[in-house]
Design a protein around this ligand. Structure first.
Ligand code: CUA
Length: 319
């Protein structure tokens, strides 16, 4: 059961969650300290310098208090730098998945979350993950902007149409945790909810292999690649003796030279664009011959094609 009891903070189910809370508590304490200090001084001075109090010194002070001026510049400056450094390092760790993370494909649509596991297993609105392993979500929307939010993991990211976004987490506690859409996306936005089920690794393996046998995204991608006849042009030895299209081996994660002379990193967004709008960025040395596949493949199929193309690269330098 998802734990719904009253609590000041959501449950912490990742090491990252504890770190986010520590920063949050620090910000709260700093704000409280200065609020109390300033409000206290206002009250103190209001009483001390009230009209009629003849015992106080009301002569004007001259010159300025250098020590005080320096301290009110340096101290808040240092506090801001500490907050900046602390939160920037948290942000980077929150959005850079470690190598070897389990890759889950996520498609958001009005009004559901669709998940696909590396072995092809599919789920809707529920995501099963193992405890103690990094899980990376690659997310896209079929329609409007959604946002995937798991409060217990302290992770949230917009899920956009037309562009991939990523999130990762490493749950350190088994159980069920809320999963929300955190971006108003239409009538049933409030029902676009689900749960993340964190299991012991052995249980997770059993759960994965117990499901219906599905094609893995890489296998489905390879099948699509052949069905859509991409192979005739992109794979050496399959069609014409001379390739009329760039081969796709070791493309993902590497820089590609374009006809315009500029270079582009072949990441998922570039490959997606090249499938849907092949003429947007043509690889140097090739003619813009490829037809568009817009409308012929849906977001899930596109992700499968990308997983397959990624699998053709040995040492991708990009994530
Ligand atoms: Cu999807 Cu709100």
């Amino acid at each position: 059961m998802v734990n719904d009891g009253f609590r000041l903070f959501p449950e912490q189910a990742t090491a990252h969650a504890a770190q986010v809370d520590a920063l949050y508590i620090f910000l709260t304490l700093i704000s409280t300290f200065f609020t109390v200090l300033i409000a206290g001084l206002i009250v103190y001075f209001a009483i001390k310098y009230r009209r009629g109090n003849r015992k106080v010194d009301r002569t004007l002070s001259h010159g300025h208090g250098m020590a005080m001026e320096i301290s009110w510049i340096v101290i808040p400056g240092l506090i801001c730098l500490i907050i900046f450094g602390w939160s920037a390092s948290l942000y980077f760790s929150a959005f850079r998945a470690p190598a070897g993370a389990i890759s889950v494909q996520v498609v958001g649509k009005q009004w559901m979350w669709k998940f696909q596991h590396p072995n092809g297993g599919r789920e809707i609105n529920t995501l099963h993950v193992p405890m103690g392993q990094a899980v990376e979500l690659t997310m896209i929307s079929e329609d409007v902007i959604h946002s995937l939010f798991v409060p217990a993991f302290r992770v949230k990211h917009d899920v956009l149409p037309g562009s991939y976004s990523r999130l990762w987490f490493n749950a350190n506690k088994t159980g069920e945790f809320h999963l929300f859409c955190a971006e108003y996306c239409g009538t049933d936005h409030s029902r676009m909810i689900g749960k993340v089920v964190v299991m012991q690794p052995a249980e997770y393996e059993a759960w994965l292999s117990g499901g219906k046998v599905n094609e893995s995204p890489a296998v489905a991608g390879k099948r699509l690649f052949e069905e859509l006849r991409c192979a005739t042009c992109h794979t050496p030895g399959q069609g014409q003796p001379v390739l009329t299209c760039p081969p796709l081996t070791n493309v993902y994660g590497h820089e590609v030279q374009l006809t315009t002379g500029s270079k582009v990193m072949a990441d998922e967004d570039y490959l997606r664009e090249s499938i849907l709008r092949p003429r947007a960025k043509v690889v140097a040395g090739f003619q813009p011959l490829m037809p568009t596949y817009e409308g012929q493949v849906d977001e899930e199929q596109l992700m499968q094609l990308l997983v397959y193309i990624k699998s053709l690269s040995t040492h991708p330098s990009a994530q």
